[in-house]
Design a protein around this ligand. Structure first.
Ligand code: ADP
Ligand code: ZN
Ligand code: ZN
Length: 692
């Protein structure tokens, strides 16, 4: 064998343990990407082959087992890069690439006629029938039923096989996701001039080019993706389409499947394990060449990618919350570069980062020719309650309205009016939120719940005050307007049913958290309301302006399709520039100012931020560890205490760096060293590159 040694990364979550480790290569079929089970110390671990070698300085053992479904080599490279880029480990990163677990291929027997079988079948039509061939009635029927063998009478089939009349074999069955309407196709609409120019820009782009499709809501961006995808398929290359989890609606999937049929594979969390595995296999084998899916679909095993699309690129769901804390937008860019594919990111509210880095193609008009709805800013100074009189009036007049309030539950917090007690989560330093529907107060961070208090445990008083209001209370309050009120937030079980009911109704108010501003198309909404623009604006984060602008603009995109409609934004700061720009539909003005501000303050894209959080149940340990981390990183800020979460004290250090690569390496080295100290064995370290 030319290269008898394999370099292997055992899949363990331990931060300290990093390969590659050398093993004996069992045979030529084991190559980069092969999945194995290897002996590792006293354990038996799943592992990925990341390289081959001529020799090793160690005494080697062989793997225990070669597993099916090898990874393509480009995903191995991607995993190793991802582990470095997010200061995680190769093993944790490679684990993201594995085929969906918990299901293997479903195998059914198939049988087909041999040449002899065919002759036998024809002779059955003769007068002698099956008796001349000495076939039983069952065998005769079976022979005639081929190739549609249902797999019931294996005995008879085996006897036909013994006579040489049929061949039998196992065959993989595809468990097709329900929405897949196999083969159905529709003629596409005629593109308008702006769309045609956008399609030309994409199909004419050089390999590795990156474009930003900046198009207002309803400007026909998806149609542009579809045309570009068709062009890519015609050149024999694959297509990856990433959408926010919430945007992966049946309509979206339908648009791709009706255009391209069976070559579309869909990967998302609502599929069963078997379905997901089969879709993965169809991509891996090249049977499917288009993958549509959320964040994790960026790892879809498509071999020769020609086009990578990130739809609604401003959406927060592209960032992974567990370690490795990868950003699918950056991973998509890396994959496109690996394959020489064209990258297209699209949004009505692109990130300043993308505007700064990418060539921009615009779709400034809606396909239906309608203008953007007028946006009115309502000053909340002097207003009592959640809804200003102006807004109330507009809600009375509206036929169909969407009202956005970014707080779930009935009220924000409870206090005892006698002694001032505030009800807090016993595990986290945050107030408990009242959920009247559920008869409970709950922590929105750890899920802790208690019964609604009737008396104060400290002083026995029965006067308990409820402060502020959330979506549940708003739903209740707005019911007085005489229109049906529907609610959509994370507490609602069947979001699809709520959206369908809203779509059907002639007059209604849809109340909800940010989800109401995302990815749903209702043609006849005539009012959009943002009740608390300040909740995103006051958030202590450099992205607060960007988020507020996006929220107002996205909601405006939902209201007034077809040219009738308006938007109201309530705020205590009517001169906040993010709100003023959104009210004027001036994305360019906002982006220019925002980029200037970020450059001045050295925020991304003019620097890289890395956040290190230390957490521990042991009092003082998180702070001590963070102090140690900070002392190793000269340009870092902190340690700064964070609120206690799930019983753990937390402390964070933030690095703001000009040189991304070296900053990531320094943080990784520091955290690796400190986390190995015995003093900090009760401390969990988490590193977040480009925190959101
Ligand atoms: P976006 O993704 O920019 O919000 P969509 O691609 O969803 O916009 O387009 C909005 C609607 O307009 C969709 O129903 C789509 O089918 C339709 N549409 C898109 N392009 C055209 C076109 N050129 N002619 C007619 N209808 C179109
Ligand atoms: Zn009290
Ligand atoms: Zn809690």
């Amino acid at each position: 064998m030319s290269q008898p040694v394999i370099q292997v990364e055992p899949l363990t979550t331990a931060r300290a343990l990093r390969g590659p480790f050398d093993y004996v290569r069992p045979d030529e079929s084991v190559d980069v990407g092969s999945l194995l089970e290897v002996p590792f110390g006293r354990q038996r671990l799943q592992a990925v082959v990341t390289g081959l070698a001529e020799e090793s300085e160690h005494r080697l053992v062989a793997p225990l087992k070669v597993l099916p479904d090898a990874l393509p080599a480009d995903l191995v490279d991607l995993g190793l890069w991802l582990g470095r880029e997010y200061a995680s480990t190769p093993a944790r990163a490679l684990s993201l690439m594995l085929p969906p677990r918990g299901a293997r291929e479903k195998v059914q027997l198939w049988a087909e006629l041999t040449a002899d079988g065919d002759i036998a079948l024809q002779s059955l039509d003769g007068s002698a029938g099956g008796r001349a061939l000495r076939l039983t009635g069952k065998q005769e029927g079976l022979l005639q039923s081929l190739p549609r063998f249902a797999g019931t009478d294996l005995g008879s089939l085996r006897r036909l096989e013994a006579r040489g009349f049929v061949r039998i074999g196992p065959r993989g069955m595809r468990r097709a996701p329900q929405h897949v309407a196999v083969g159905a196709r529709k003629p596409p609409p005629v593109l308008n001039a702006e769309q045609a120019a956008a399609v030309d820009a994409i199909t004419g782009a050089a390999p590795g080019d990156q474009l930003l499709l900046h198009g207002v809501t309803g400007s026909g961006k998806t149609e542009v993706y579809l045309r570009a995808a068709a062009d890519t398929l015609a050149r024999g290359r694959g297509v990856l389409i990433l959408v926010p989890e919430i945007g992966l609606t049946p309509q979206m999937i339908d648009r791709f499947v009706t255009r391209f049929g069976d070559t579309v594979a869909v990967l998302h969390s609502k599929l069963g394990a078997g379905e997901r595995y089969d879709e993965w296999r169809r991509l891996r084998s090249g049977e499917a060449m288009v993958c549509v899916g959320p964040r994790s679909a960026v790892f879809a095993p498509i071999e020769r990618l020609g086009l990578v699309v990130v739809d609604e690129e401003h959406d927060g769901s592209y960032k992974n919350e567990g370690d490795p804390r990868y950003d699918a937008r950056l991973v998509a860019e890396k994959r496109a570069l690996q394959h020489g594919a064209v990258l297209v990111v699209g949004s009505a509210t692109p990130r300043p980062e993308s505007v700064h880095a990418l060539r921009r193609v615009r779709l400034p008009h809606r396909v239906d020719g309608a203008d953007m709805p007028p946006v009115e800013i309502v000053d909340l100074k002097g207003v009592h309650g959640a809804v200003a009189p102006r807004t109330h009036e507009a809600l009375v007049d509206a036929r169909k309205a969407i009202v956005l309030l970014n707080r779930r539950g009935w009220s924000n917090f409870l206090t005892c009016q006698s002694c001032g007690r505030v009800w807090e989560c016993p595990h986290c330093d945050v107030a408990l939120i009242l959920h009247r529907d559920q008869g409970a107060v709950a922590c929105h961070h750890c899920g802790h719940r208690e019964a609604i208090p009737k008396t104060c445990p400290d002083c026995g008083s029965v006067s308990i005050a409820r402060h502020g209001s959330g979506t549940e209370r708003l739903e209740h309050d707005l019911a007085g307007l005489g229109k049906p009120v529907l609610r959509l937030d994370a507490d609602v079980k069947d979001a699809g049913a709520v959206l369908a009911a809203f779509e059907r109704s002639e007059r209604a108010i849809l109340v909800g958290t940010q989800v109401v501003a995302k990815g749903h198309d209702f043609p006849d909404v005539d009012l959009g309301v943002v009740l608390d623009a300040d909740s995103t604006l006051r958030f202590p984060d450099f992205r607060a302006e960007e988020r507020t602008f996006a929220l107002v603009t996205q909601l405006a995109g939902r209201a007034g399709r077809g040219g009738h409609g308006r938007v109201i934004v309530q705020t205590i700061d009517p001169h906040a520039s993010a709100i003023m720009y959104a009210a004027r539909h001036d994305a360019d003005g906002f982006l220019t100012e925002e980029l200037e501000r970020r450059e001045l303050l050295r925020y991304p894209p003019f620097s890289t931020l890395i956040r290190i959080v230390c957490a521990s149940e042991q009092p003082g340990a998180a702070h001590a560890a963070a102090t140690e981390v900070q002392s190793r990183l000269p340009t870092s800020l902190g340690p700064a205490p964070l609120f206690r979460l799930r019983g753990k004290e937390r402390s964070q250090v933030v690095v703001k760096a000009g040189d991304r690569r070296s900053a990531i390496e320094q943080v990784d080295a520091a955290v690796r060293e400190i986390s190995a100290f015995k003093t900090y064995k009760n401390v969990a370290f988490s590193v977040d590159v480009d925190p959101q």
